[in-house]
Design a binder for this molecule. Structure first.
Ligand code: SF4
Length: 292
């Protein structure tokens, strides 16, 4: 059995409902991406992908029609801004926008389409937000995922130094019928992770909620686990996912987090904790968490 078929079987055995393909590299350069999406679709798993949408080979177009949620890392609203933030050539931006438009034309009915837009914290104001909505509307996006480009890292709640009108943002969401993560991004909820004591076992990891697979196949709870050089749970190239998860128990209860304020999964982790407390699945101000 090939490793991809094995992985699909494991996902089925683990009763996984959704898989997001993302992180640490561009998924569309992986030659077996189409097989993975098609395999997961065949066992009724919802599949999401985060991609720069720059290079979509013809052979991949049919398979990515099976995605239920896509987040395109467009990064900016103009080729000039894109070049300034990423250092990539300006025509890459045009290519990504054209691929988004083509994707929407082909697969609009099956999939929520969102884009990441990064804004310099010094320019984050109501006027800029309106221009992002206009841009997203031109591309027919369902969701916008705002991110800040920091002038310098500020270890405090974001809402304490940026002044935007969140009520205006919500009325724009209704008017344009586009969801965003704005209220979540500017929420004081974020501070909980900045002020949380470090050096305690991470409840998210100890429940086995996250798995980071690095390029060599090693599996870790999260980036903090990888960085702290504690041995990996196992290796996906040598073991089945089911075996790796079952042997992770001894390790995950020793994972003391020292980087909560930098946690890459803080929003998902927070929503998951709310779900465990209340038993209710609630929509929140983060389209990414809502998909999961
Ligand atoms: S970085 Fe996030 S997921 Fe990882 S141990 Fe810390 S709080 Fe948990």
């Amino acid at each position: 059995m090939s490793s991809i078929s094995q992985l699909i079987q494991d996902v089925k055995r683990l009763a996984v409902k959704a898989v997001e393909i993302s992180g640490g590299g561009e998924p569309t350069v992986y030659p077996y991406l189409g097989d993975i999406i098609t395999g997961l679709n065949s066992i009724d798993v919802d599949v999401a992908m985060i991609s720069n949408f720059l290079n979509i080979p013809e052979s991949l177009w049919k398979a990515i029609g099976g995605l239920r949620w896509v987040r395109v890392s467009l990064i900016a609203m103009t080729a000039e801004e894109y070049h300034k933030i990423t250092g990539n050539p300006r025509d890459f931006f045009v290519k990504a926008c054209n691929n988004v438009l083509e994707y929407i034309e082909r697969f609009r009915a099956n999939c929520y389409i969102s884009a990441t837009i990064m804004i310099d914290e010094r320019e984050f104001n109501n006027e800029k937000i309106v221009s992002v909505f206009d841009f997203a509307s031109y591309l027919h996006l369902d969701q916008i995922f705002f991110k800040l480009v920091y002038d310098k890292f500020r270890p405090k709640a974001i809402s304490s130094y940026i002044d935007i009108n969140l009520d205006l943002c919500e009325s724009l969401e209704d008017e344009y019928m586009i969801k965003t993560n704005l209220r979540k991004l500017f929420s004081n909820e974020h501070s909980e992770y900045v002020t949380k004591d470090s050096g305690v076992v991470c409840s998210y990891i100890s429940r086995g909620s996250s798995l980071l697979v690095t390029a060599d196949g090693n599996c870790y709870g999260c980036l903090e686990h990888f960085a702290s050089k504690i041995k990996p749970y196992g290796n996906i190239n040598k073991q089945s996912l089911v075996d790796i998860i079952s042997q992770s128990n001894d390790i995950k209860n020793q994972l003391y987090c020292h980087a909560c304020s930098h946690c890459r999964v803080w929003s998902i982790r927070q929503e998951y904790e709310k779900f465990l407390e209340t038993g209710l699945r609630q929509l929140c101000y983060d389209p990414h968490s809502n998909f999961l």
